[in-house]
Design a protein around this ligand. Structure first.
Ligand SMILES: [Zn+2]
Length: 412
């Protein structure tokens, strides 16, 4: 009953109502017309609905967990919905039952649903052990459904929704970060992707993230890919084909070894995304990641404050240029973290001083405190780290946030 033609014109086809109490019950009931979800936000909404309503429909939800192979995961990897549930606009459990989803799925074309999801997200369904574990745990706790771990993990395939780009659009991202994330989304088996796939699927998003709207990403993407090859992050396989050598390593995904975390920090692919405070394991993994970042930052700055002679480790801080909360993607990047003593960290965070692109120290004027002037004399200079000096993109955000050099923000 569902065709591509219907899917292409969602605006004129009635969607399943959010609530159904007014509908006639039983034999007078007319199956509602399904329309495909119109965008990624609709998938997110359906995943949220599934997570919210599952407990009240535990029997059906439990059966879906055991029967469905293809799942959409929210961007945080914590909530899920079957592909044939989430592929449709404004889907609810009641709507799902009404549309016949419960009788063996005869009215649902699972293949078309999956194609639609791939088309909108530019992602492929793939096995994902961390998501499998998360889904299994969720089903056990919420639905009381115990799944055979091995069987389910081998069978489940996931598409993880992209995180909302709008949230990060205020702070321009570095091209490298945007390309790396895009490549991870686009890449198929063995981390392979082509430059054209990257541009076609993610070009618009990358331009938006890097605040480069209106420009063509072609040359920048080529240049950055070549730089990333030099840094051992990707490898050119010829004819526009590339391979990710080191996919981003998410601190919370697993109990990584120090060596694995260290390698990811070195290659600028270590990520510390937002974490739920309720999850002790996730919290532990995140702290461990932070500890490794700190070790690297201190070593990078020779265990000394970058602007004074304090070298007592108890007084040294791995100080983020773009603050922890403001730019999750940059939390594990050495180019965004400076080793500072506590007093200089406080003054840096409060915007009493910042750094120019050439790493010259710039101070707020007037400082309006003799004490601060003593801690931050005119002669204060920045000791360059051994590698990965603060990147101008992060510095620009810091300066603009604290009112330094307004007007030069878009200078590059
Ligand atoms: Zn200091």
């Amino acid at each position: 009953m569902l065709s591509h033609a219907e899917a292409a014109v969602p605006a004129v086809v009635p969607t399943i109502p959010q609530t159904l109490p007014e509908l006639p019950k039983q034999e007078t009931l007319v199956p509602p017309t399904l329309t495909f979800a119109k965008d990624i936000a609709s998938f997110s909404a359906a995943v949220a609905t599934f997570a919210r309503e599952a407990k009240a429909h535990a029997h059906l939800a439990g059966r879906l967990v055991q029967q469905c192979t293809y799942w959409i995961a929210a961007d945080d990897g914590k909530s899920f919905a079957p592909a044939k549930f989430a592929a449709y606009e404004a889907m609810t459990f009641d709507g799902y039952v009404l549309a016949g989803g419960d009788d063996g799925g005869s009215r649902f074309d699972g293949t078309l649903a999956r194609k639609h999801i791939k088309k909108l997200t530019f992602r492929k369904f793939r096995s994902d052990p961390p998501l499998s574990s998360a889904l299994k745990t969720w089903a056990e706790i919420t639905l009381g459904v115990v799944t055979e771990p091995a069987a389910m993990r081998e069978r489940w395939r996931f598409v993880r929704l992209p995180s909302r780009v709008e949230n990060s659009s205020k702070t321009p991202r570095r091209w490298r970060d945007a390309i790396l994330d895009a490549a991870v989304r686009v890449a198929g088996n063995g981390g392979r992707f082509t430059r054209n796939e990257l541009l076609y699927a993610e070009g618009a998003s990358m331009l938006q993230q890097t605040s480069s709207a209106g420009k063509s990403p072609d040359q920048t993407v080529t240049r950055e890919l070549q730089r990333m090859q030099t840094d051992g992050i990707v490898e050119h396989e010829g004819l526009g084909a590339w391979r990710l050598l080191v996919p981003p390593l998410i601190a919370q995904d697993r109990d990584w070894s120090d060596e694995e975390i260290d390698a990811a920090i070195e290659r600028e692919v270590f990520r510390l995304p937002d974490i739920p405070t309720s999850d002790a394991l996730t919290l532990t993994r995140c702290r461990r990641g932070q500890d490794r970042v700190r070790v690297h930052v201190l070593a990078n700055y020779r265990n000394r404050c970058a602007v004074c002679d304090i070298a007592d480790e108890n007084l040294l801080i791995a100080s983020h240029v773009e603050r922890w909360a403001d730019n999750p993607d940059a939390r594990g990047l050495l180019a965004n973290v400076i080793c500072l003593c506590r007093p200089h960290d406080c003054l840096f965070e409060a915007g009493y001083w910042s750094l120019a692109d050439d790493l010259a120290v710039i101070r707020r004027t007037p400082l309006a405190s003799e004490t601060i002037a003593r801690i931050l004399p005119v002669t204060t200079s920045f000791q360059r780290p051994l590698k990965a000096p603060p990147h101008s993109n992060h510095l620009r955000v810091h300066r603009s946030k604290h009112g330094f050099d307004v007007g030069s923000i878009d200078g590059a």
